[in-house]
Design a protein around this ligand. Structure first.
Ligand code: AMP
Ligand code: MN
Ligand code: MN
Ligand code: MN
Length: 277
């Protein structure tokens, strides 16, 4: 049987629209044979996802997408094959949950100053037990007709440099990589082209990442152009990083991104799943 991997996805445990059960069902329906659930800074969806994966006969890879800082910028590190009970990692998710709540309070305050009240109550309600993310604020702004798309919510309010942006101290990148590897997982730098780094800065980042124990680069992600694929593949080769493949699926209403619907990893790149137990 040919395997179909999707090693980056979100559920209602963070900013995904589907519950872990629904996500696993959809992945299975899309022909995915191995799915990693990688919610932002939380592993709380993994138990339910594993239960459903057992029911439908699909492999679930326990994952997380950690928010980290390096050089005052934010980078997302995906952990694959992690042990969510590893104490430093479990403690980190608790800490990051309070970080996210405090940030949400500050974002809401900034929106209030722009005469947009009620955001905090709305995002808390929408996130429920899960992590509060900027996507929840985008949904709120959309529902209140302050913007007409999610993207516009980022462009006008939530993105860096916009009125409701709050600069946040997350985990240190090297420390986050360590939590992942010490818990038995593989650390992967997520969506490398999204940081808009020059080649020089990307080389510096990858040096630090590698030194900290990082082993993978998300070579295939949704909506890449051929030039980006070539550049990311070059980075993987140069730093001897294994290639990961992940859609970063959030929401079935986005027609551009579907579970498991991704190009193949170039065959000169070592697949990250060869590093997973
Ligand atoms: P957070 O981790 O709370 O800052 O939220 C990050 C999430 O918001 C990402 O995973 C994306 O889903 C979404 N996001 C971040 N930046 C943008 C942007 N500029 N445009 C659209 N969505 C974004
Ligand atoms: Mn997200
Ligand atoms: Mn991300
Ligand atoms: Mn993601």
């Amino acid at each position: 049987m040919t395997e179909r991997y999707d090693l980056h996805s979100h559920s209602t445990a963070s900013d995904g629209a589907l519950s872990p059960t629904e996500l696993v069902q959809r992945a299975s329906g899309c022909g995915v044979t191995a799915l990693a659930l990688t919610d932002h800074d939380t592993t709380s969806g993994l138990h339910e996802a594993q239960h459903q994966a057992d029911l439908v006969g699909m492999r679930l890879i326990p994952g997380i997408e950690l928010s980290t800082n390096w050089q005052n910028k934010c980078f997302h590190i995906v952990g694959l094959g992690i042990d969510p009970t590893y104490e430093p990692l479990a403690n980190a998710t608790q800490f990051l949950q309070s970080t996210r709540l405090e940030r949400a309070e500050k974002i809401a305050f900034k929106l209030e100053k722009k005469r947009i009240p009620g955001a905090l109550e709305a995002v808390k309600k929408a996130a429920g037990e899960g992590m509060i993310t900027r996507n929840h604020f985008a949904d709120f702004l959309l529902s209140q007709n302050h913007v007409s798309t999610q993207q516009e919510a980022f462009d006008r309010y939530l993105a860096e440099g916009k009125p409701a942006y709050v600069s946040t101290i997350w985990a240190e990148l090297e420390v986050a990589v360590n939590w992942i590897t010490q818990s038995g997982g593989v650390a992967v730098l997520a969506h490398p082209m999204r940081y808009k780094l020059t080649t020089n800065w990307m080389h510096r980042l990858l040096m630090v990442f590698k030194e900290a124990g990082g082993q993978g680069l998300e070579v295939i992600t949704s909506r890449m152009n051929p030039d980006e694929l070539r550049r990311v593949s070059d980075y993987a080769k140069r730093f001897d990083l294994a290639g990961s493949v992940g859609s970063d699926f959030h929401n079935p209403e986005n027609p551009w991104i579907e579970l498991g619907r991704l190009p193949d990893l170039p065959n000169h790149i070592k697949p990250v799943w060869e590093l997973l137990n």
